[in-house]
Design a protein around this ligand. Structure first.
Ligand code: NAP
Length: 255
């Protein structure tokens, strides 16, 4: 891909302190975007931003919890105050779920924790980002769902439900704002190397082998492979793509 397809664009990324979000910060910056990395772990964000500055990229960070609407609103406001606009958002923060307890034995707290981060978090981001994008004349948003948003898996019912909900929010927002120059899409990553997945596999090495057996490419994605898909969806080359969910899953949901 030639040129810098995100040149001049200002991008906000949630879940940017590790894994897919951190990789997306690097990929967006390499494509010419000014990036604002967000998450709860400040030290991580500070180090990642220092790394981006060392490459000559324009980057900043903002500490936030996506479950808190006021914190998300402040991050969007500060991005606009500092960089003048918000063109691109990657709503990627999410938590996994320990599926070892069967659904009928789960309590409300287990359900709430996953839904609060994975669904309310995206909801909080969408409403504040869209407000800023309307003021700026348009934009592009990508929400991170999962193959668990397309089909059921062993990831646990609350996680599967949360990632299906992300696709619902994506479609509804895409239709509502299509006439305003705002595109909203989702990506559905398959197994991707990250802290989240390393933690699951450390708990259960057998699960790792099972996962590779059921993956057509018999491997996990590198986070950069997922980031590349998000970058394309956020760029003007995807101008007629909205309301879509792009599976970045090595063929997992084609099987
Ligand atoms: P990860 O390395 O664990 O990253 C998760 C990110 O979300 C971290 O930056 C974390 O940062 C942030 N986060 C979690 N809760 C947050 C909160 N309440 N407020 C703000 N930030 C929060 O895992 P990952 O695999 O890159 O996950 C990124 C996204 O991809 C998630 O939505 C996940 O569900 C999805 N996904 C992953 C896979 C996979 O196989 N890895 C597959 C499908 C979908 P802090 O802890 O610093 O806040």
């Amino acid at each position: 891909m030639g040129g810098a397809p995100l040149a001049g664009k200002v991008a906000l990324i949630t879940g940017a302190s590790s894994g897919i979000g951190a990789a997306t910060g690097r990929v967006f910056a390499a494509r010419g975007a000014t990036v604002v990395l967000t998450a709860r772990r400040e030290e991580r964000l500070r180090d990642l931003v220092a790394g981006l500055h060392a490459t000559g990229a324009r980057a900043g960070y903002h500490v936030l919890d996506v479950c808190r609407g006021d914190e998300v609103r402040r991050a969007v406001e500060q991005t606009v105050e500092r960089y003048g606009r918000l063109d691109v958002a990657f709503n990627n923060a999410g938590v996994a779920f320990d599926p070892s307890t069967p659904l009928h034995l789960l309590d409300d707290a287990a359900y709430d924790r996953v839904m609060d981060t994975n669904v309310r978090g995206v909801w909080n981001c969408l409403r504040h980002e869209i407000g800023a994008m309307l003021a700026g004349g348009g934009g592009a948003i990508v929400n991170t769902s999962s193959v668990g948003g397309l089909v059921a898996s062993s990831a646990g019912a609350p996680y599967i439900a949360s990632k299906h909900a992300v696709i619902g929010l994506t479609r509804a927002a895409a239709v509502e704002y299509a006439g305003d120059g705002i595109r909203v899409n989702a990506i559905a990553p398959g197994l991707t190397r990250s802290e989240m997945i390393d933690e699951v596999f450390t708990r259960s090495p057998a699960a790792e082998q099972r996962a590779y057996r059921s993956a057509p490419q018999h491997r996990a994605a590198a986070p950069e492979e997922v980031a590349e898909a998000a970058a394309w969806l956020c760029g003007d080359g995807a101008g007629f793509v909205t309301g879509a969910t792009l599976a970045v899953d090595g063929g997992r949901t084609a099987w």
